[in-house]
Design a protein around this ligand. Structure first.
Ligand code: HEC
Length: 111
């Protein structure tokens, strides 16, 4: 017997990756992935402890020279003419804001 339309919709929804919760906040799993991205992918240029490398160090004090949305926009857009790539293809605005928040308030590099 074929499934009714609402049932098919329900099944389809179950296949969506659980990256964002209903209230728009990120799942703990996605936050964990973003943290790994920050120290490994961003860290490949900025250093695994954010102390700098090809890219500049990202200490808390410097990160708080930006407002959170400005920092998120920088992460999404990159810095034209430099090695800093834009991450808009990989991250949502919400996820970039989470990274910005992490850099400003939960940053191991506190210079
Ligand atoms: C391929 C190397 C590379 C990768 C990967 C990279 N960056 Fe950058 N980033 C740079 C460079 C180079 C600059 C300096 C740009 C400039 O000269 O203004 C920079 C600048 C920045 C700045 C501004 C620093 C300041 O002092 O104003 C932030 C914030 C930043 N990156 C965050 C990130 C985050 C978050 C990620 C990962 C999502 C990331 N970067 C990944 C190379 C990289």
């Amino acid at each position: 017997m074929p499934l009714s339309a609402p049932r098919r919709l329900l099944l389809a929804l179950c296949w969506l990756p659980v990256t964002a919760l209903a209230d728009g906040s990120l799942s703990a799993e996605r936050e964990q992935e973003l943290e790994t991205l920050l120290y490994q992918d961003c860290g490949s240029c900025h250093g695994m402890t954010l102390r700098g490398g090809l890219g500049p160090p990202l200490p808390r004090s410097r990160m708080n020279a930006y407002d959170r949305d400005g920092l998120a926009a920088l992460i999404l857009n990159g810095v034209a003419g430099t090695a800093m790539p834009g991450w808009a293809g990989l991250l949502t605005e919400e996820e970039a804001r989470w990274l910005a928040d992490h850099l400003q308030h939960d940053n191991p590099l506190d210079e």
